[in-house]
Design a protein around this ligand. Structure first.
Ligand code: ATP
Ligand code: MG
Length: 380
């Protein structure tokens, strides 16, 4: 029987899930999205929208009444409400609850013997001083909840900074973590379906600027051993986490080629956007296959690809001229956001090596050139 799909969050991830859902019309009869912004990107892609906050109990109940299965594009959903509603929720609210709190998440990974940087819970300024004494500097002080784009992190490099860092968080629950001297940030897009089948996409390399993902290089420029290690760690992570769906597992590779997990996103992930063109099954279709209990699609990388985010420029907020990009092997995806804001994700493009003749460094150069040619300019 066909299912009605509910999505919490209708930004770009919800939009691309909606597009994939429309292609699975044999399985999905209707798509309903909950998002506070009227005519959100997912609604523009054809989902019916309930306008409301992600944490609004009434709105979530309304979504559940109209859906057979609910998934989400954001990890800040209200797990208490979600665990009470009648619709099936994937990934499961209990998994969401672990991941939402960085301290619970790291504790869970530690208990399951997955590799992570050393960390502690922090209860007071004094406590922070003690823990830093043990860990040594630098460390990252992190807000346990509701962080994104690195905004919940404070790097402490000297003893003088400790108090300022602690005050910065203004009473929020905190944890501290030893700073990893990494040589590369990478991620694995991993998936499990409701029958327990697990698959992973090949390791990709993530290049950040100001804590925001700028580019993803698929595959990562590391040895096959490192690629295999990362895949195994990702599979083990999926094995211990409950629930179905696509997960983005962010990792560091340290100076000794050791892999440490940084954090897990219980949802489709920005570093998986390359799969729209580089793989037979995109992460969005894969996510739906997983939560609907269908057989998983192939995760093989068919073409080397570089994904580049298109971000709102600094110093400008407002309506902007449409972005145009026509070039062989380059795929532009704009998210239909009306207003540009500094560092806001407005779209992305994939540079795909369709002839299988180019080195990723060439793709990266092309991506940089294209990125510099895209100007987000005021409409008037
Ligand atoms: P996101 O950017 O994924 O929304 P977030 O705000 O939840 O993330 P994290 O992913 O924890 O934050 O951290 C953001 C960035 O900070 C990481 O991509 C990494 O560059 C850096 N970082 C986080 N933890 C560490 C660490 N222990 N050592 C070194 N760098 C770290
Ligand atoms: Mg992160």
């Amino acid at each position: 029987m066909k299912k009605r799909l509910g999505i919490i969050g209708g930004g770009q991830l919800g939009m691309m899930i909606t597009e994939a859902a429309k292609n699975l019309s044999n399985e999905i009869s209707e798509i309903i999205v909950l998002d506070p912004t009227e005519n959100c990107p997912a609604a523009q892609a054809g989902a019916k929208q309930i306008v409301g906050d992600f944490k609004d109990e009434d709105a979530i109940v309304k979504l559940a009444e109209q859906s057979d299965i609910i998934t989400y594009e954001i990890e800040s959903g209200n797990t208490d409400v979600l665990s009470k509603v009648k619709a099936e929720i994937e990934p499961s609210p209990s998994t969401l609850g672990i991941i939402q709190d960085k301290l619970l998440q790291k504790t869970f990974l530690l208990e399951n013997e997955l590799p992570i940087s050393q960390f502690y819970k922090i209860t007071s300024l004094d406590d922070l001083r003690k823990k830093i004494n043990e860990l040594g500097l630098p460390v990252l002080l992190k807000s346990r909840r509701d962080a994104y784009d690195g905004r919940g992190n404070y790097k402490i490099s000297s003893l003088e900074e400790i108090e300022k860092a602690y005050q910065y968080f203004d009473g929020k629950s905190l944890m501290v973590e030893k700073f990893v001297d990494f040589k590369m940030e990478v991620s694995v897009i991993a998936v499990r379906n409701t029958k327990g089948e697990i698959a992973v996409y090949p390791l990709v390399e993530n290049i950040h600027e100001d804590n925001i993902l700028k580019m993803t290089v698929a595959p990562a420029r590391v040895s096959d051993d490192v690629i295999n290690d990362a895949g195994e760690i990702a599979k083990k992570t999926m094995d211990v986490l409950k629930g179905a769906g696509v997960f983005g597992i962010e990792m560091f590779i340290d100076q000794n080629d050791r892999i440490l997990i940084n954090e897990i996103a219980p949802r489709v992930h920005n570093s998986g956007h390359h799969t729209l063109q580089s793989c037979k099954t995109s992460q969005f279709e894969q996510h739906l296959r997983a939560i609907l209990g269908l057989e998983l699609g192939s995760t093989d990388l068919v073409h080397k690809t570089v994904m580049c985010n298109i971000l709102g420029p600094d110093g400008f907020e407002g309506k902007y001229k449409p972005v145009q990009l026509e070039k062989d092997g380059v795929y532009l995806k704009m998210y239909g956001k009306d207003i540009s804001k500094p560092q806001r994700k407005l779209g992305h493009f994939n540079v795909v090596d369709q002839s299988d003749s180019k080195d990723v460094s060439v793709l990266l150069e092309m991506a940089d050139e294209i990125k510099n040619s895209i100007l987000i300019k005021s409409l008037d």
